[in-house]
Design a binder for this molecule. Structure first.
Ligand SMILES: Cc1cc2nc3c(=O)[nH]c(=O)nc-3n(C[C@H](O)[C@H](O)[C@H](O)COP(=O)(O)OP(=O)(O)OC[C@H]3O[C@@H](n4cnc5c(N)ncnc54)[C@H](O)[C@@H]3O)c2cc1C
Length: 382
């Protein structure tokens, strides 16, 4: 077995990298990942542009226990993150909806982290299969085994298996008696029931909508796709949708009463023409000027303001930006990220039952939770 390390970090993604960068250099640290290079998801984030965080950080943007995430963000918020990366040469700028992007893309952030990993710390291409023991932890990889006084599980969720995702974090948590909240793909497209397959014919068309799931609603773009519905409004909705109906206003901000004139509906409605034609056909409304519609057809037209249907499912983990659910936060101390069940065992990032909406909220969680764990480890390892 050989050396006993002070800290072993399982996963060199956003949270594992931030933790490595913030641990005091006097500790012996291992950062293990099945990928050949660290930061695989950072590299593809925001289409390579890296949506680092959001100026409008709020617990309301997360599917999580607000009392668990609040103390973490009280200590490490978006201003801290922006200062931290800025001081290390990563330039950034704000865009719409408070989203912050890296000026020189995801590569600049990965370069920062690559420089922050001390030589010999990163173990590449090692898939961890099992963890046992109670400090020292015995960590079994496909190539060899490792021993460490403390273990930080930073292995993310199940999304994007081709970038290294696995369920190992949940397996480790379960083996130490932790509860796992049901996991599901999130920030992902929704598939359609056969009744709504006409929307697939509109693949490639995008339009602004207001989409409601329960009491939550988003006004943003919807993209018709070959497999169903996508685009930011739908991706955000997928974080909350479990089963049952969603409601889409395809004419947000438009009052049907104010739609008048001699133009036919396909030119009058502020929808891409092909989409307008498909919806009129689906709803059995003739393509006429509004004042030549019967009462029945006017009532049917109202459905465009609240088009309700039940999606069939999601596009799955292969396409989902994140995994919702995960290690229950009830058994984790938000002031240290340490397990309340096993001393020396920590969980950070997406492996926990904390999932944000689109807009940089998931990196923020990964980085802030890692910073909290780093403080705890720096203070207790001696
Ligand atoms: C395409 C895409 C785009 C995204 N864009 C954004 C964005 O712009 N902004 C944003 O805020 N969020 C974005 N996200 C979400 C964000 O990437 C994640 O929420 C974040 O990376 C989670 O960090 P983490 O450290 O918890 O996990 P990860 O970054 O997923 O890191 C976990 C690491 O653990 C490793 N690992 C897993 N199992 C094993 C094992 N058995 N053995 C060894 N290693 C293992 C994995 O290889 C991985 O490198 C995006 C996600 C995707 C998929």
């Amino acid at each position: 077995m050989g050396t006993e390390y002070d800290v072993a970090i399982l996963g060199a993604g956003a949270s594992g990298l931030m933790l490595t960068a913030r641990l005091e250099k006097r500790y012996s640290v291992l950062l293990i990942d099945s990928n050949r290079s660290p930061g695989a998801k950072i590299a593809v984030s925001g289409g390579g542009r890296c949506n680092l965080c959001n100026l409008e950080l709020s617990t309301d943007r997360y599917r999580a226990d607000p009392d668990f995430i609040r103390p973490v963000f009280d200590r490490y918020d978006q201003q801290w993150l922006l200062e931290w990366v800025g001081q290390r040469g990563v330039a950034w700028h704000p865009e719409a909806q408070g989203k912050i992007f890296c000026d020189r893309g995801a590569r600049s952030l990965n370069r920062l982290f690559a420089q922050a990993i001390p030589p010999g710390v990163f173990i590449a291409g090692e898939r961890i299969v099992k963890v046992e023991g109670k400090g020292p932890f015995q960590i079994t990889g496909q190539k060899r085994s490792y021993s460490a006084r403390t273990l930080v599980v930073a292995s993310g969720g199940r999304s994007f298996p081709k970038l290294g995702a696995s369920g190992i974090g949940y397996e480790i948590a379960k083996s130490y008696g932790h509860r796992i909240e049901t996991t599901a793909p999130a920030l992902v497209g929704l598939t359609l029931q056969p009744d709504e397959f006409f929307m697939k014919e509109l693949a490639g068309i995008s339009t602004e909508v207001e989409l409601k799931v329960g009491k939550r609603q988003w006004r943003d773009r919807l993209l018709f796709a070959h497999r169903g519905l996508s685009g930011p409004a739908v991706l955000n909705a997928s974080l909350w949708w479990e089963a049952g109906e969603i409601a889409i206003d395809f004419l947000p901000g438009i009052s049907l009463e104010k739609l008048q004139g001699s133009r036919q509906l396909t030119t009058l409605l502020p929808l891409p023409k092909r989409a307008a034609r498909a919806f009129l056909e689906r709803l059995g409304i003739p393509d006429r000027p509004v004042d030549r519609l019967s009462d029945l057809h006017r009532r049917r037209l109202r459905r465009l303001k609240a088009y309700r249907f039940a999606p069939a499912g999601t596009f799955g983990y292969g396409k989902a930006e994140v995994t919702r659910g995960g290690v229950s936060t009830r058994e984790i101390d938000p002031y240290t990220m340490q397990s309340r069940r096993q001393a020396g065992l920590y969980f950070i990032g997406e492996v926990l039952d904390v999932t944000g909406e689109l807009g940089g909220y998931n990196f923020q969680w990964a980085f802030s939770s890692a910073a909290v764990a780093a403080d705890a480890l720096n203070g207790t390892l001696g």
